[in-house]
Design a protein around this ligand. Structure first.
Ligand code: HEM
Length: 407
């Protein structure tokens, strides 16, 4: 009998499989979730296996409920082989140094504009502000025209696509309707763009003009999904920025260390925030052909989950994993398969997150600004996160007040 784990996973969240991996001293678990059988994997070796495209496929791997909220239908996440490689190139094309620098500049501008506003306000919700800043700089970077009304309408919808992904009932349905509304907004921008027939050198133009390996343009629906595969996760970086703030509050000694030596501590701090705090719990795949691993028979069609959180909290890879300790990255051997908050493997060939460099860059700039640019007081009292919230957010976003500029 394979154990049904849905209720346990629901109540204990990120720690549920982590505790079972630790208790059984086994990095392969066989469980049921919503009555379907899954192998659940963790660790460096298992991650390397999971990214072996001969053995694992992404086609029909992710349940529809996540596609209808978080990812969208027929996007890059569900493609395999040559089709995936070609579509992935569409994203990686925008990840060159000049383009990333451009996004950094837009982020800085939006940050400084917002700080002027905050000085006049009593209190702000830090997460909400970061989402708006990121929406603005992402739209500029992609080349999406937007109005003040679009910020008011689209930011909460994008946020809901992310927060509803792990929800059921009414919240799930609100996530679906948010996705539909934002896809429609992007589709209307595509239509306007086509009507104007104005060629430009933007990412938006590049996505609209993209032809698949068969020489065909993508339908507008899929272009909208893929544009949202840029816009949505850039807005999601607000969650990591909120964890930056939380970590500075929970481990205040690092404020001093960062002030003294940002060059050395900045990168390590960011990496530890990404390793330590929960975001994506798992990613899913399907077995392509029969094979054996660690004495388990994996059969074609079988569902598999790679546990990202449990790998980032695996004591064999990360000593004292439940300790927030940025210094661990001073000597850490980071491989493509051990630090995997944004997936593993190769950015170009595998499904590893296309926006990992963007995430790291933006988190670093945000941390720098928190240290050197503003003074603030954290007003929220309880910054604890709920491990059964997918993904969690401390204090509904953390309220800060008494914001003054340092420079
Ligand atoms: C894929 C996490 C930010 C674009 C992924 C995956 C994870 C992830 C876990 C799946 C990897 C896999 O299936 O093997 C995150 C987290 C982020 C983040 C935690 C921080 C907020 C970004 C950003 C962008 C982005 C900023 C783009 C600007 C993508 C795309 C994929 C992806 C396009 C699909 C890649 C593929 O299927 O080949 N991300 N991501 N992500 N991410 Fe991110």
């Amino acid at each position: 009998m394979v154990e049904e784990s849905s209720i346990g996973f629901w109540f204990k969240g990120y720690d549920y499989f982590l505790d079972q991996f630790n208790a059984t001293k086994n990095n392969v678990l066989k469980r049921r979730l919503l009555f379907k059988k899954y192998y659940i994997l963790r660790g460096e070796e298992a991650t390397a296996l999971f990214y072996d495209q001969e053995r694992f496929s992404r086609h029909k791997a992710t349940p529809k409920r996540f596609k209808k909220t978080l990812f969208g239908l027929n996007g890059v996440q569900g493609l395999d082989g040559e089709q995936h490689k070609a579509r992935k190139q569409l994203f990686m094309h925008c990840m060159n140094v000049d383009s990333l620098n451009q996004l950094n500049t837009y982020f800085d501008e939006a940050w400084f504009e917002a700080v002027e506003d905050w000085k006049a306000k009593n209190t702000i919700n830090y997460f909400d502000e970061m989402e708006r800043i990121l929406f603005k700089c992402a739209c500029k970077w992609i080349g999406l025209p937007f109005t003040k009304k679009d910020i008011v309408n689209q930011v909460p919808r994008i946020s809901r696509m992310i927060s509803s992904a792990g929800k059921i009932g009414i919240q799930h349905w609100r996530g679906r309707s948010a996705r539909k509304a934002t896809e429609n907004w992007v589709k209307s921008l595509i239509k306007n763009y086509r009507n104007k027939k104005k060629n430009s050198d933007t990412i938006f133009d590049h996505f609209i003009g993209y032809k698949n390996p068969k020489g065909k343009h993508l339908p507008d629906q899929i272009v909208a999904v893929e544009i949202l595969n840029l816009l949505r996760p850039i807005v999601a970086v607000a969650r990591y920025m909120t964890f930056n703030l939380k970590a500075l509050e929970d481990y205040p000694s690092y404020k001093e260390k960062l002030r003294e030596n940002y060059e050395e501590y900045g990168e390590n701090f960011i990496q530890e925030v990404r390793r330590f705090y929960p975001f994506f719990p798992v990613i899913s795949g399907r077995i392509r052909k029969n094979f054996e691993f660690k004495g388990h028979k994996f059969t074609k069609g079988q569902r598999v989950l790679l546990d990202l959180y449990a790998t980032n909290h695996y004591a064999k890879l990360w000593k004292a994993p439940e300790r927030f300790y940025p210094e661990r990255f001073m000597n850490a051997q980071i491989s493509p398969f051990n630090l995997i908050p944004q997936g593993g493997g190769d950015h170009y060939k595998n499904h590893r997150c296309a926006g990992e460099w963007i995430t790291i860059n933006l988190m670093k700039r945000n941390l720098y600004f928190l240290i050197y640019d503003i003074n603030y007081t954290v007003k929220s009292k309880n910054l604890r996160i709920k491990k059964n919230q997918f993904p969690p957010l401390p204090a509904n976003g953390i309220k800060i007040s008494k914001i003054t500029k340092l420079r």
